[in-house]
Every structure is written in structure tokens, then in C-alpha cells.
Design a binder for this molecule. Structure first.
Ligand code: SF4
Ligand code: MSK
Length: 671
């Protein structure tokens, strides 16, 4: 068995592979989206799919990351035409330029997730201080569990007192005096990772500092050392992890920790007889209020001759509502415009992130009220409601009334309702997963999973995360890789728009278990199902939530490591972002690598312009942190790489366990 298999240094993917796919007329494998795209074509309506085609061919310098615009002497583009062209005006080499660009992408991703977490932390603080009337602490057990994890005393203290301490501790991870590492990072990882991050000096002291530090480090005339830049960027990626964990923990405290729910997904969830409202974005602070407001205003909708009000979700705020409330999911990232094209979407209410500016002009071709709500995400000519927690429910009601008004002005000639929707079993927080495993082993629930791997029943765990990317057909890579892994007995988790792809395609149902799971995975799931008292079946892929909820999956990975008595790099656990698009996906992938995971990425971020950077993230990162990137656009080959990575870990774990037993030594710590 080689040390580890994967793409070797210098074996960089040819951009031609990406370009070929661009002209592929099959731009989605989702039948509901294909129908909507056909309507767009017939009516001459432009969508992101058309705009992507119009952008071709895209700039090769940008695609490979060797265009520098960091100072106004640029853009400097690196070519091999002459010695002078091999460096930027200041003398920056390809590895410096590529490294700086990707580091700044990671900073962008970390900022987005962390700002989201900061918002929730402020909400929790305001709840604890009695400053907001429409929010409350829903999950006191989670509040106390989080407090204990981060070292806050709970004895004899009221929920509000603990909540205030938790919120302030979270906010200290954003800005504080002193250099102690972020609490949420250091209290949620393995001892091995704590030691590694301390030794390599990449544990951020605060999230804000980490972002400021990397922006400074990558400015003109600063760091030119590719290793220093990339490992500095990992500190920012760990700040991203910190902000995500805060967002998930505190959202659970305020809105409840998800438990298994049954719902539906895809454009067919829009019901022409109801007032349909799509919530889109990421922050549950808004969407939870929209759900409440919609319930309160049912009578007004009925007076408008509708049967009621149907709230559906898009992207990650959709995942948040789906996980906690069982709200149906209309679609993932590339579906957002297509939902409007059904002609029955009466309002789209958006908060932050992944919201295409193209939604507003498209909504003007229909009756859809397009409503922005964040001071950080305004789109010209939209309805804008300045959403504030102090009077959240009242504002949400005003938005719902606008949707009812929209319902009354529907153009019947433009209605093209989809019949496509799938059953979804979701709601798998880490707590819900532990409860599920506890059916077979109440004392050590995670041992059920690790035993199944050690005994060879399943080959490991794969977390699917990430977006849609129009560079490849929507959802195709997600579905192909997942079906291949299922047949090869890999236990699968999903978040974000990857989860959306699986939900729409019916892979979060028991029918998918029967259709796609290999014998080992099938019997593992059936054993769990027999002991679970859920009242419904188990899915093939377990939905763990939105983008920030990738930390739920990582909590499971940490629990597996602790159960096995090893550090993360030995756990048969992989991550895959088959259709990554956002800077946030680059950031998540990077902290997963620092945490010690093999990470497959389907659309190569702009790093191919430097062999050195490419080798650093695919090989050297593994030597130092135990995790590495695997770039592969072909989904079949990608599935092989993920299985190889899992098998390698299981094999090495077995060898080390055997040796430790035979020679009566402690388990080897190396990977
Ligand atoms: Fe060009 Fe250097 Fe300025 Fe970048 S920092 S734009 S490489 S001169
Ligand atoms: S919404 S970051 S497209 S997962 Fe979280 Fe989807 Fe990616 Fe946005």
C-alpha cells in the first residue's frame, strides 16, 4: 500500500476538461430544473445558465489563479513567453500570486460564515438581556451542553445567565485582548489536533484577527513564501470553522436542535392553490420569523381565496428550516431563479449569501415580490425591509402580506407548475445521530459506527458539502459520486446544496437504500432502523443541515476519533464538494484538510497556475496535517479516489491496532 494515493505533483488537470463540459447542452440532471430551463428557452428569459454560457471562454489566467490585481500596477498575468513575463511587475512569482489569491478566497469564506455566527451570537445575547421579544431560548439542554463544552459554569445559574455567558464567550472569539486561541476551536477538537495547531502555530486567537492577518500577509510587498502563505491561510480557515461552530451551536440553542423529520423537496413543493413564499439565504433569524408570520396570517391568505400559505426553502436557509421545522425545500443554489419561473412563487424573501442579483430582474418578468432584508445584501429596485430583531415578527408579517398581495396578481398564463418532488427524511443533527446509534449501543453510541467500519460492514464515512457550479451539469456529480459510494458501502452525510441535490433526487429516502446501497450498508442501516423508534424509515444519505452545519458532521468525526483512540488523520472519514462554487466552500475544504481529512473537490479552484501550490495542498499538507485535497472533476474517478482514501485509512488503522495489541504498546500516533 503506498503512503497515500492521489494526483501526483505536476499532474495538474487540463483546463480543457472543464471547457468541454461547458458546451454540454445537458445543463442539469434535475428534471424539474430542466423543465424550467425549457420554459426559459421558449420565452427568451435569461438565467444564470445562459449568462454562464455567454461568459465563455473564460480567462485562462483567472481560471488558473495567475492573475494578480492586488495593487494598481496590475493586473499582472504570468506567462512563459519571456523571462520578464514569468513574474509580476514587483517580481511576484506564480506561486506567490496563486497562494495570495486562494488565501484571500479563504478569508472571504471565513468572513461570511463568521458574520453569520456573529449575528446569532448577538441575538442570543439580546435574548438573555431581555432586549428582544420575538426570540427565545428553545433548547435549554443544548445551552447547558454548549456551556459545559466551552468551560462555562452552569451550576445554580438560570438559563438567561448561562446564555449571556455563552453569547459573550462566542463574541470573545471574534475580538478580545490577548492571544489565547479561539475557545470554540480548541474545545471541540481532538487532543491531537489541539497539539498540532499549537505546534504549527495556526490556532487563531480571534476570528477577526485571523482575517486581518491574512489580508495583511497577502498584500503587495508582504509575504512571498508559498508555504507560509498557505499555512497562514489555514489559520484563517480554522477561524472559519470557529465561526461556523458558533453559528450552529447558538442557532440550536435559539431555534432548537434538529430531530428527524419527514418532508419533501424540489420545485413540485410549490402549490398553485397556496400563497407560496420562498425563503432564501442562510440566516434562520429571518426565516424562522417568516414561518411564524405565515402561520399567523393564514386567515388573510384565505380571504384572498388561497387555501393557505406555504413557506418553502432555497439554499441553506431552506436547509435550516427543513432540519428544524420540516419545511419543504424548493431547490438548491442553481434552482433559485427557476423557482420564480414556475409562475406560482408569490414572494422570495432573502437574507444573506448565495443570492444571485439576477433574481430581481427575473422577478420583474413575473408577479413575484422580491424582498431583501439585510443591510449587507441589498439588490437595487427590490422591496427592502430593514429586518431587525427588536420587531422581527411584525416585519415578517409585513413581508408575508406582500406575498399575499402577489398571490392576487398572478398571471395565469405564466403558470408552469412542476410535478417533481421527492420524499425526504432529514433532521440529523449530531445529537440525533447519537440517539440513532444509541438504539444499538446506549452507552457508547458512536462505537456502533466505528465497529461497523472495523468489522468491514461499511468502508467509512463521507460528508458531502458544497454548492452547485454551472461549470458542470447541476447535481450530476453529486448524484453520480453518491450512488457509487452507496454501492461500495460508504455511510454518507450531507449539508448545504449537496444535501439539496440528494433531497430533490430522492436519495434521502428508504427507497434509495433499496435501490443503491451495497449489502453491507443496507444491513447496517436496516439494523439501525430496527432499533430506532422513529415512526419512519432511514434515508440513504443523512441530511445534517446548512453550510455552517458541516461542523455537525465534524463533531461526529471527532467522536469517532475519540472512540477509536486516534487522531482525525486515521479516521476513515472523507469530505467531498463535487460542485463547489463559493469562497465558503474553499474555506471549508481548507479547514477540513487542516483537521486531517482527505477532501475531494470537483471543480478545481484557481490554483493550477502554480505546480508548487498544487503540490502543497495535495501532498505537503498531508505530511504536516494528515489531510489533503483530491481534485477530480470526473465523478466516477472521484468516487474511486474517495474510496481509496477511506480504504487506506481503514487499512492503516487495522495495522496499527494489530501492532499495538500484539506488542502491547500504545496505538501509533502517526498516520
Ligand atoms: Fe503585479 Fe505585484 Fe501588484 Fe500583484 S502585487 S498586481 S504582481 S505588481
Ligand atoms: S447555500 S455556499 S451555494 S452550499 Fe449554503 Fe449552497 Fe454553497 Fe451557498
Amino acid at each position: 500500500m503506498p503512503r497515500f494515493r492521489g494526483i501526483k505533483v505536476g499532474e495538474i488537470r487540463d483546463q480543457a476538461t472543464q471547457r468541454q463540459k461547458i458546451v454540454d447542452p445537458k445543463r442539469t440532471v434535475d428534471p424539474a430544473c430542466m423543465e424550467a430551463l425549457c420554459v426559459a428557452q421558449e420565452t427568451g428569459t435569461l438565467t444564470a445558465f445562459d449568462r454562464f454560457a455567454a461568459q465563455q471562454p473564460q480567462c485562462g489566467f483567472g481560471l488558473t489563479g495567475i492573475c494578480c490585481r492586488i495593487c494598481v500596477q496590475g493586473p499582472c498575468r504570468i506567462t512563459a513567453k519571456s523571462d520578464a513575463n514569468k513574474k509580476g511587475v514587483c517580481g511576484a512569482s506564480d506561486y506567490t500570486i496563486v497562494g495570495r489569491n486562494v488565501a484571500r478566497m479563504i478569508a472571504g469564506g471565513a468572513a461570511c460564515h463568521s458574520e453569520h455566527g456573529h449575528h446569532i451570537a448577538k441575538t442570543l445575547l439580546h435574548i438573555a438581556e431581555g432586549k428582544v421579544k420575538d426570540y427565545t431560548i428553545t433548547d435549554t439542554a443544548k445551552l447547558r451542553a454548549v456551556a459545559e463544552t466551552v468551560g462555562i459554569d452552569t451550576t445554580g445559574r438560570s438559563d438567561n445567565e448561562i446564555a449571556k455567558s455563552v453569547a459573550l464567550a462566542a463574541l470573545e472569539d471574534y475580538h478580545k485582548v490577548g492571544d489565547t486561541p479561539c475557545t470554540w476551536l480548541m474545545s471541540t477538537i481532538t487532543p491531537g489536533r489541539r497539539a498540532k495547531f499549537t505546534h504549527c502555530d495556526i490556532a487563531p486567537s480571534t476570528i477577526d484577527r485571523a482575517i486581518v492577518q491574512i489580508m495583511t500577509q497577502t498584500a503587495m510587498g508582504m509575504d512571498a513564501d508559498p508555504v507560509n502563505i498557505i499555512f497562514g491561510a489555514l489559520r484563517t480557515a480554522l477561524a472559519d470553522y470557529t465561526g461556523m461552530h458558533i453559528a450552529t451551536d447558538l442557532s440550536d440553542i435559539v431555534f432548537g436542535t434538529p430531530r428527524p423529520v419527514v418532508t419533501e423537496a424540489n420545485l413540485g413543493v410549490l402549490d398553485p392553490e397556496y400563497v407560496n413564499i420562498a425563503t432564501h439565504g442562510h440566516n434562520p433569524t429571518l426565516s424562522e420569523m417568516v414561518v411564524q408570520a405565515a402561520r399567523a396570517l393564514e386567515p388573510e391568505a384565505k380571504r384572498a381565496q388561497a387555501k393557505g400559505i406555504k413557506v418553502v426553502g432555497i439554499c441553506c436557509t431552506g436547509n435550516e428550516l427543513l432540519m428544524r421545522k420540516g419545511v419543504a425545500l424548493a431547490g438548491n443554489q442553481a434552482t433559485q431563479e427557476l423557482a420564480i419561473m414556475t409562475g406560482v412563487l408569490d414572494a422570495m424573501i432573502v437574507d444573506i449569501q448565495c443570492i444571485m442579483p439576477g433574481l430581481k430582474p427575473l422577478s420583474e418578468c413575473f408577479h413575484t415580490r422580491f424582498i431583501t432584508t439585510s443591510e449587507q445584501a441589498k439588490i437595487p429596485a427590490s422591496y427592502h425591509f430593514d429586518f431587525r430583531e427588536e420587531n422581527a415578527l411584525e416585519i415578517a408579517k409585513d413581508m408575508v402580506r406582500l406575498a399575499i398581495e402577489g398571490y392576487k396578481s398572478r398571471d395565469q398564463s405564466k403558470i408552469k407548475v412542476s410535478k417533481h418532488k421527492s420524499r425526504v427524511v432529514a433532521g440529523w443533527s449530531f445529537e440525533a445521530m447519537k440517539d440513532l446509534f444509541a438504539g444499538l449501543n446506549p452507552d457508547r453510541p458512536v462505537k456502533v459506527l466505528t465497529d461497523a467500519i472495523v468489522e468491514g460492514k461499511i468502508r467509512g464515512v463521507c460528508l458531502f458539502a458544497g454548492c452547485n457550479n454551472l461549470r458542470i451539469p447541476q447535481d450530476e456529480s453529486h448524484l453520480t459520486i453518491a450512488k457509487t459510494l452507496a454501492a461500495n458501502d460508504v455511510f454518507m452525510l450531507a449539508t448545504g446544496c449537496a444535501a439539496g441535490a440528494f433531497a430533490k433526487a430522492g436519495l434521502m429516502s428508504s427507497a434509495a437504500v433499496d435501490a443503491y446501497a451495497g449489502e453491507g450498508l443496507k444491513s447496517f442501516l436496516k439494523d439501525l432502523e430496527a432499533k430506532a423508534d422513529l415512526g419512519h424509515e432511514l434515508p440513504l444519505i443523512f441530511h445534517m443541515g446548512s453550510c455552517v452545519d458541516n461542523v455537525r458532521a465534524f463533531d461526529l468525526c471527532v467522536a469517532m476519533a475519540l472512540e477509536l483512540g486516534v487522531d482525525i488523520p486515521k479516521v476513515p472519514f472523507a469530505a467531498s464538494a463535487p460542485e463547489d462554487m463559493h469562497e465558503k466552500a474553499v474555506s471549508i475544504g481548507s479547514w477540513c484538510v487542516a483537521m486531517g481529512l482527505p477532501v475531494h473537490v470537483g471543480v478545481v479552484p484557481p490554483i493550477e497556475g502554480s505546480e508548487l501550490i498544487y503540490g502543497l495542498v495535495t501532498q505537503i499538507a498531508h505530511d504536516v496535517y494528515g489531510g489533503h485535497f483530491m481534485f477530480e472533476q470526473d465523478p466516477k474517478r472521484a468516487a474511486e479516489l474517495i474510496i481509496e482514501a477511506l480504504d487506506y485509512r481503514t487499512w492503516k488503522l487495522g495495522v496499527h491496532r494489530y501492532a499495538s495489541k500484539k506488542y502491547e504498546t500504545t496505538l501509533a500516533v502517526n498516520w
